[in-house]
Design a binder for this molecule. Structure first.
Ligand SMILES: *Cc1c(COP(=O)(O)O)cnc(C)c1O
Length: 381
C-alpha cells in the first residue's frame, strides 16, 4: 500500500470516547439500547426536535428499516438519484422495488427536483433523496410534489447532520431520514447509523422491526407481559460501546462543525483564483442553506485531467479520491433498464469530480500543501 504523507481521511478521538467505552463496560451493559444509546437518541431528538431517533448498525441498515416501514413491495417504484452511494437504492431493491433513477442538478449535485413530475407514476411509493456534501436539496419543491402525489420522502442524510434548509434541519422534512456514523462521516463510531422518524405513527413499528420483529421494546417498558414475534424484522441495534464512543463525539459537535467549516473555507478561499483560471468548478451553496461541511469536491475540465491530477497529488504524497459511479449504468442499474443518456448531468460530472483530504485533524499547514500541489499542476490537456 502506498503511504501518503497527507491521507484522505483520519478518524479522530476528540475527548471522552475511550473513557465512555470503558464506562459502558463497567455498567455491565454493552448490547444495544443501553444508557449511552438512550443518550445519543435523546441528543438527536432534542437537537433536531423530532419525535424519535433510533440508533442503527449503519446508515445502510437504517435505509433497510425505512423500506420495511414503508411496506415497499415488488412492483413498487422508488425514485432515487443516480449519483449516490449504492445503499440509497439497494435497501429498496431488496424489498423488490424497481429503482427509477433521477438526474442531478449541475450546481449542487442534488436530485433535480424539476425531473420529478415526469418520473412519478401510479406505482411510485417513495422519493429517496441525498443532501450531497451536506448541502440541502430543494426541499420546498420536493415536499410540494411529494404531498400532491402522495409519495413518501426518505432523506438519506448521511452527509448532512445539523445542516439546514431555510433554517430547518435536514432529516426533519421527510417521513423518515437516515444518518451514517461511518468512519468517513462528520461524527463517527466506526460503523453506525440512525433512523430519524418524523411521523409518530411509524415509531412503534420501527422499534419492532429493529428488534428482530418482536415487541421487545414494549415489554421493556412494561406495556406487555411477554414479548413475541409480531412482524418482519432484523437486528439493527448497535452495541452500547459504539453508542458510548458516538456520544463523546456528539458532545463535541460545535467543535467538530467549526473545525470542518474552517477547513472547507480554507480550500474555497485558497483555490478560487486558481479554479477560475483553469476551468475548475468549486462547490455552490445556495444562500438559504447552512451546509454541514461534510466534504470538499471540485469539478475538473475532463476525465483525463482528473486522472493526471490524482497522479500528480500522489507524487506529492497526497491522497485524493472520487465517487459515485452513475448507478443507472452499473451492472445492477442496467438490469433495471438503465442506459447511457438517461442521466446526462450525472454521467458527465461523475467523470470529473475529485475530493480533497478532509478530516478533523487536517492541519492548516497540510491543507496549504494540498493547495500548493494543486497550483503546481500543469498537465491540463
Ligand atoms: C456513507 C453513506 C451511506 C452508507 O452509510 P453506512 O453507515 O456505511 O451504511 C449511505 N448513503 C450515503 C449518501 C453515504 O454517504
Amino acid at each position: 500500500m502506498t503511504q501518503y504523507r497527507i491521507p484522505f481521511n483520519v478518524p479522530t478521538c476528540l475527548g471522552q470516547e475511550l473513557a465512555y467505552v470503558s464506562d459502558s463496560l463497567a455498567n455491565g451493559h454493552i448490547s444495544g439500547d443501553g444508557e449511552y444509546s438512550e443518550r445519543c437518541q435523546a441528543f438527536l431528538e432534542e437537537r433536531l426536535a423530532i419525535p424519535k431517533a433510533l440508533l442503527t448498525t449503519s446508515c445502510t441498515h437504517a435505509l433497510e428499516m425505512a423500506a420495511l416501514l414503508l411496506d415497499i413491495k415488488p412492483g413498487d417504484e422508488v425514485i432515487v438519484p443516480s449519483f449516490t452511494f449504492v445503499s440509497s437504492v439497494n435497501a429498496f431493491a431488496l424489498r423488490g422495488a424497481k429503482p427509477v433513477f433521477a438526474d442531478i442538478r449541475p450546481d449542487t449535485l442534488n436530485l433535480d427536483e424539476r425531473k420529478l413530475p415526469d418520473l412519478i407514476t401510479e406505482r411510485t411509493r417513495a422519493i429517496v433523496l441525498v443532501h450531497y456534501a451536506g448541502v440541502a436539496c430543494e426541499m420546498d419543491a420536493i415536499m410540494k410534489i411529494a404531498r400532491e402525489r402522495n409519495v413518501a420522502v426518505v432523506e438519506d442524510n448521511a452527509h448532512g447532520l445539523f445542516a439546514r434548509y431555510k433554517g430547518r434541519y435536514l432529516g426533519t422534512f421527510g417521513e423518515l431520514a437516515t444518518l451514517s456514523f461511518h468512519e468517513t462521516k462528520n461524527f463517527t463510531c466506526g460503523e453506525g447509523g440512525a433512523l430519524l422518524i418524523t411521523d409518530p405513527g411509524l415509531i412503534e413499528r420501527a422499534e419492532i422491526i429493529r428488534e428482530k420483529g418482536t415487541n421487545r421494546s414494549r415489554f421493556f417498558r412494561g406495556q406487555v407481559d411477554k414479548y413475541t414475534w409480531v412482524d418482519l424484522g432484523s437486528s439493527y441495534l448497535p452495541s452500547d460501546m459504539l453508542a458510548a464512543f458516538l456520544l463523546a463525539q456528539f458532545e463535541q459537535a460545535a467543535a467538530i462543525q467549526a473545525r470542518r467549516e474552517d477547513i472547507w473555507r480554507r480550500y474555497q478561499r485558497g483555490l478560487s483564483a486558481w479554479a477560475a483560471s483553469n476551468n475548475v468548478a468549486l462547490p455552490t451553496v445556495p444562500a438559504y442553506v447552512d451546509q454541514a461541511y461534510h466534504l470538499y469536491f471540485m469539478l475538473l475540465p475532463s476525465l483525463k485531467a482528473r486522472a493526471a491530477l490524482i497522479q500528480h497529488l500522489k507524487d506529492w504524497g497526497i491522497l485524493s479520491v472520487f465517487h459515485y459511479q452513475p448507478l443507472h449504468l452499473s451492472t445492477m442499474g442496467q438490469r433495471y433498464g438503465g442506459k447511457p443518456g438517461d442521466c446526462p448531468v450525472t454521467e458527465d460530472l461523475a467523470d470529473r469530480l475529485l475530493r480533497l483530504p478532509f478530516f478533523y485533524a487536517l492541519s492548516p499547514a497540510d491543507q496549504d500543501e494540498v493547495i500548493a500541489a494543486l497550483q503546481a499542476f500543469e498537465e491540463w490537456q
